[in-house]
Structure formats: C-alpha cells, structure tokens
Design a protein around this ligand. Sequence first.
Ligand code: GLN
Length: 447
Amino acid sequence: RAHLERIKATDGAINAYITLCPEEALAAAAAADARIAEGRADLLTGIPIALKDIFLTEGVRTTCASKILDNFVAPYDGTAVARLKERGAVILGKLNMDEFAMGSSNENSAYGPVKNPWNLGTVPGGSSGGSAAAVAAGQAVATLGTDTGGSIRQPASHCGVVGLKPTYGRVSRYGVIAYASSLDQVGPLTRDVEDCAIMLQAVAGFDGADSTSVDLPVPDYRATLKDGIAGLKIGLPKEYFIEGLDPEVKKAVETAIAVCRNLGAEIVEVSLPHTDYALACYYLVATAEASSNLARYDGVRYGVRTESARGLSDLYSRSRAEGFGAEVKRRIMLGTYALSSGYYDAYYLKAQKVRTLIRQDFLDAFAQVDLLLTPVAPTAAFPIGEKTADPLQMYLSDIFTIPVNLAGTCALSLPCGFTAEGLPIGLQLIGKPFDEATILRAAWAFE
Ligand code: GLN
C-alpha cells in the first residue's frame, strides 16, 4: 500500500509506469502475509517489485512501449517473472521504457518520456528508464530490466541506483520480448548491492525453455558478498579513460579507484584494443537481429491492426507504419539493409568477426585481472530533448557498456558520486563470464 501511495503521489511527474496492477498487487500482498504466517516465506515474499514492460505477464497488458502492442495482453508469464512470483514477490505493475528497448534516454516511448527523479528536466537514461526511475523514486523496492547494449547499467547510473547485466545465458529470456537475441539479457535494478544479489539469486539459473540458457550451478551470491576486495586484481582498460569523458565523471571514477586501492585491491592498466570498433559492430548486429525479430508484428497475429487496409500486403505495411515509432523504423531499415543480399558479407558477417575480436580482448584481459573498472557512461544524465535530433550522439551514450554485451560477459553499475548539479554518476565493474559473484562482492565493498 505504501508503494501504491508513493506511485500515486509521484508518477504524474515521473511517468515510470505504463500499467499499474493495484488489485493484483494487494491480493498478492495478502497471499504473502498468509505465507509468512504459515512459516513458508521465501526470498522475495511480500516484496513489491515492478517489471519493465518488455516482460510477458499473464493477464496483464504488455506493450514494450509501442503503439503496435497497445492492446496486447500476455497469455503467460516469462520465466524470470514466474520465478519472482514463486518466491512470493508482489508485482506492482509494468514500467515505461524506450520502444522495443531501442534507446538511451527513454524518449522513444509511445507512452511519453520518463523523467529523472533527481532532476525532472533530465532523462533517466534508457532503455530501462522506468525501471531505474521507479527504484530511485521509491516506487518499487526493486525492478527488472533488460540490457542489450547498456539498458540496465546506463539508466541505473543516471538514476543513482545499482543495476546488473548478468552474463549471457545466466538468466532466461523466455517470455521477454526480443530486441537483439544474441545480446539481450535480463537483470535487476535495486537500491543497494545486497538487494541486487538477492534479485539475481531469484531469477538466475538454467531454463530449458530458452535455448541460450546455460546449465551452470548458481552460486549463493550473498555467501561471498561481504568478503571484501583486498587481494583482488582490478584492471583499468586504457581505452575507457579517453577524451570525451566528462571531467566530473572522470574525477568520480578516479576517486573510486583510490578507494579500491585503500581497501587493498591491486590496480593495473590493461588494454582492450578493439574498443573503437564496438559501437559500429553493435549497431550492425543489433539492428540486423532487430529487423528479423520485429518481422512478427504484422497486424495479423497480435497487436494493433490498421483500420484502413486494402488487401493483405497493405494491411502489413499500414499496421507497421502506424504502429512503430521513428527509432524502431530506423533500426528496421538499417538492419534490413545490413542483411540484404550482397551486403550480408560486407556488413553483418564482418561485424560478427569484429565481435569475436572484441570478446577475445576481454578474455585476454581476464587472464591478467579478476575484474575491470570503468565509467558507465561518458556523461551524467543529459537534458530532455538534447540528443533526440542526433541519433549518432545518442548512440555514443552507450560506448562503455556496449562492448560487454558483444563479449557476452557480466557487468554492474554502481553509484560513485554526483556532479556539481547534483546528478548521480555511475561506476562500472565488469566481471569474467559467469562470475557475477566477484563483481557483486567488489561492489558491496564500496557500500
Ligand atoms: N541504447 C542501446 C540501443 O539503443 C542499448 C539499448 C539496450 O540495451 N536495450 O540499442
């Protein structure tokens, strides 16, 4: 009830929620009370949680912040959502995002932009902007987001919360609307590192319904959380401390590095030599996969259908023209081009080869260090509208987060300071594949 009140009082200004589920939430809360009374409480019993509107939720509208899914009610719960519910979580509602998770500022939503709770004139980051803003504003204890190129970590950084992108394969994507299937991963956004460990614990682990899910044991993340960072070897990739990095961000990250040293970590410089190619590589791979994934929205099987069609192909094209927003159309055009005959080898295949080099950079670095430390984004949250006219500028917001998705490894975003204007700054800790435990442990040491 306290969270529903808080949402009522603040969401007119923030716009973090697309759909609220007050009756379902109160019923789930009552069931959680009963469960606790019976001594059957689990990890999340009674904890109010909200979900990015990319997660299928049985009987609840799931829009992906697109007009084309405005009327779509999901017929089943995805695996991560089902796992939260099994553990007794209370689902408050569905959160705003960039349409189909394409964006870095939450300005690409058919349901209006999300405002950053720290300063309503600035963006919360994206694409999981609603997931980050809701946690920052006390509208949910924790949320789930997805991260294809930074969409959990960058908004977590801009909203001063903790966000974790697990290793590709760690959390099932079954029942998560696909953007770029070889990059998408599910993860939590929380107020602190321990909550983050708890949320990961709740959703991680093998799922036969997702063919990319990896069958590895899930460690007890809280068991090692407080072991400290003394003796850990932390690498600073020199390509991430470049010109273009905002001086205030640089200063906050350098302070964090000094804290690591004081806590007994060993700091060394490393190199990820193919970093320069990551952004171009990502925008080929991601758009190619998106154009294929989004072919299913045809106005026939589900979602919104145009009312003015003359014949079948007209129905397809008008439904898509009316249903998709400008950024989604741009991505479909780019991706279709990169996959078309004659260009496939020159663009898509080449990007896949570059991707392998980028992944190898990380594996080489991890042969020398336990984890990497970098900024999350080149700047703190920027004013609403500042980058909407210039997609390339917008794409640069993810320059430090994208390589991690291409490499398929895990990374966490953690608050590490504020700008003079009072906007949060984030620190990124990048871990070895499937070694979420070490980055959680290092992050906890800062708290
Ligand atoms: N901003 C990046 C993009 O627009 C990443 C988005 C994401 O991680 N979903 O593709």
